[in-house]
Design a protein around this ligand. Structure first.
Ligand SMILES: NC(=O)c1ccc[n+]([C@@H]2O[C@H](COP(=O)([O-])OP(=O)(O)OC[C@H]3O[C@@H](n4cnc5c(N)ncnc54)[C@H](OP(=O)(O)O)[C@@H]3O)[C@@H](O)[C@H]2O)c1
Length: 199
């Protein structure tokens, strides 16, 4: 019974999240981004107080403003993700260079470039001013030492999950900005946009 309720709820969350991720694809197509000499490698994630990221290879909540922000920040840039995160979406994200990390040598998903090592992923984004690491848990852990910035949406609630964001070591990372957003009737969790930079 509990599982049925969970499945139904997670289906609704998935539909809502995907509706936002793929809507108005054309609105970002005209954007151009300046080239940087050194890419600002940025992790972008939404994690709960207990660092929960996802369950059953899907997101746990639907926060439409956060998804719009994710889309605004990442559009026009390269996004690097793990094979499981790629497969949790129905297709490649539009207006972004989708790079998928996998050990599977014959993996050829539509709309994405496949790499098998962290080094090959980084080589592919060297001309992008701000490439993004978009998850999931394994990939955040792997790339954290190489990143310059973390754009974290901290959802102020604890969730049951099977994938977690790595601890942010405050000896290595400094909080630069924080914006607190209150819960609403439609969206029941308080959350904060927090930017960290490597010290
Ligand atoms: N809340 C958020 O912001 C957020 C963001 C993204 C994802 N998520 C959630 O996170 C979950 C998925 O995360 P996950 O940790 O299970 O998986 P993941 O990090 O998305 O992908 C893991 C896969 O990446 C590949 N991989 C990892 N390290 C590699 C390496 N060194 N070399 C080559 N390939 C490597 C492997 O693919 P193969 O098995 O094919 O070899 C591995 O199975 C889902 O629930 C998703 O919804 C949440």
């Amino acid at each position: 019974m509990h599982n049925d309720i969970y499945t139904l709820t997670s289906q609704i969350i998935k539909q809502k999240n995907e509706g936002l991720l793929y809507e108005n694809e054309e609105e970002f197509q005209q954007e151009t981004r300046p080239m940087a000499t050194t890419p600002l490698l940025t992790m972008i994630a939404a994690a709960a107080e207990n660092n929960a990221l996802g369950k059953n290879n899907d997101l746990i909540w639907h926060i439409s403003e956060d998804l719009k922000r994710f889309k605004r920040l990442t559009s026009g840039h390269a996004i690097i993700m793990g094979r499981k995160t790629f497969e949790s979406m129905s297709k490649a994200l539009p207006n972004r260079k989708n790079i998928v990390l996998t050990n599977k040598k014959d993996y050829q998903p539509e709309g994405a470039t496949v790499v098998h090592t962290l080094e090959d992923a980084l080589a592919l984004v060297k001309d992008d001013s701000q490439p993004f690491i978009i998850g999931g848990g394994e990939i955040y852990r792997l790339f954290m030492p190489y990143c310059d910035r973390i754009e974290l949406t901290r959802v102020h609630h604890n969730f049951e999950a099977d994938v977690f964001f790595p601890e942010i070591d405050l000896d290595q990372w400094k909080e630069i900005t924080r914006e607190n957003i209150n819960a609403t009737e439609e969206q029941p969790y308080h959350y904060s946009y927090i930017t960290f930079e490597k010290k």
